[in-house]
Design a protein around this ligand. Structure first.
Ligand SMILES: [Zn+2]
Ligand SMILES: [Zn+2]
Length: 257
């Protein structure tokens, strides 16, 4: 598998960096994780052909993770795609996304290719291919909105952290979290790779937690431009046990895994 950090910025728009998005390239399947504002430009910047994407997995619907979707579908349509595009999203959000795409005037009759919505349940083993699956677990990223749920009864506040399994490899991706406890949602797993955001958690607390999670490698992502000086200093002063095991991801890096 090849992993590419397409963008590593937080919800803050940057002139130099793109919102957080990751591409998992398997032998026969390219999975895009999140498609925030500007994702089409992110893909061009990373020299990824729009048509090479087989599926898109959404962690949640904050605009830095979701709002690039209709524009991306337009780009794909203009490339005369005919193979289906799969969209993986929590069951409570399937209709919302489907309607959003239709209300962006992207009608199934006019598309030339199918969009297959694959709704997953919380804590379900969900296969993307025969050998590649994920488990989503709801985290507390959107808990602060729960007090408004009475007023907006149809609002789904589902944001997940993910465990991916391929052959013998295990990857945990926190996506956006709400509290440090979210880092331990898969505490029974010792991952080969741990990918964590660093906007909604202090990097120092995260490094403490990594000592108990014990991943082989950790990549930090989802940080604003103004966080770079402090993060760089932390990276330069990592304790010996974490040196070379914790990497601050930057846009456009990829590695075989
Ligand atoms: Zn975000
Ligand atoms: Zn978010």
């Amino acid at each position: 598998m090849k992993i590419t950090f397409l963008g590593t910025s937080s919800g803050k728009t940057s002139l130099k960096r793109y919102h957080s998005s990751i591409l998992f390239s398997l032998e026969k399947y390219n999975l895009l994780i999140d498609a925030g504002d500007g994702i089409s430009r992110t893909l061009i910047n990373n020299r990824i052909n729009f048509n090479s994407i087989n599926g898109i997995l959404f962690t949640h619907l904050h605009p830095d993770h979701f709002s690039g979707l209709p524009a991306l579908i337009v780009q794909i349509k203009m490339m005369n795609r005919n193979k289906p595009l799969e969209i993986f999203i929590h069951k409570s959000l399937v209709e919302v996304v489907e309607y959003f795409i239709i209300h962006s005037y992207l009608l199934p009759e006019k598309m030339g290719f199918e969009i297959n919505y694959k709704g997953f349940n919380d804590d379900e083993r969900f296969n993307i291919t025969e050998k590649f699956l994920f488990i989503a677990k709801k985290n507390s990223h959107l808990h602060n909105l729960e007090k408004y749920q009475n007023k907006y009864s149809s609002l789904s506040l589902y944001c997940a952290s993910f465990l991916f399994e391929s052959d013998s490899k295990k990857i945990i991706y926190t996506s956006d979290i709400g509290a440090e406890e979210d880092l331990l949602l898969f505490s029974e797993i010792v991952p080969d790779l741990f990918i964590s955001e660093v906007t909604h958690i202090s990097p120092l607390i995260l490094l403490e937690k990594i000592k108990s999670i014990k991943p082989d490698m950790t990549y930090l992502t989802h940080y604003a431009d103004e966080d770079i000086p402090a993060l760089s200093e932390i990276m330069a002063n990592l304790p010996n046990a974490l040196k070379e095991k914790v990497i601050l991801a930057v846009d456009n890096i990829s590695f075989d895994f």
